[in-house]
Design a protein around this ligand. Structure first.
Ligand code: FES
Length: 111
């Protein structure tokens, strides 16, 4: 199963509230995988009430349809970002269960 796609919100509220302004925690985790992708949205993703948010989705196989994305937020604490980074390194939703520290931050799945 391919590594995940991680989308961080580039909206004003999320950017203002992020504990890792540089985004280096997730970038470093993605670089350690063979195929994870990190995307920063150009604007608000919508669920500002949970800012700062990130979406994580398994990548579909070539020719496959869209897969559900897990919405996480608020990711206020650096420790939560490290848990997310560990999950990305472990293969994300297609390969590993959501880490316990992130379970209370799971808001909904988007399909
Ligand atoms: S600013 Fe990030 S969800 Fe709205």
């Amino acid at each position: 199963m391919p590594d995940p796609v991680v989308v961080t919100c580039g909206g004003r509220r999320c950017v203002a509230l992020r504990p890792d302004a540089s985004g280096e925690t997730l970038r470093a985790a993605v670089r350690e995988t063979s195929g994870a992708v990190l995307i920063r949205s150009q604007g608000c993703l919508g669920p500002c009430v949970w800012a700062p948010v990130a979406l994580v989705a398994p990548r579909s196989e070539p020719g496959g349809g869209p897969l559900a994305a897990t919405v996480l937020g608020p990711l206020h604490r650096q420790a939560d970002l490290h848990s997310l980074a560990d999950w990305v390194r472990d293969g994300g939703p297609a390969a590993a269960p959501l880490p316990a520290p992130l379970r209370d931050l799971q808001r909904r799945d988007l399909t």
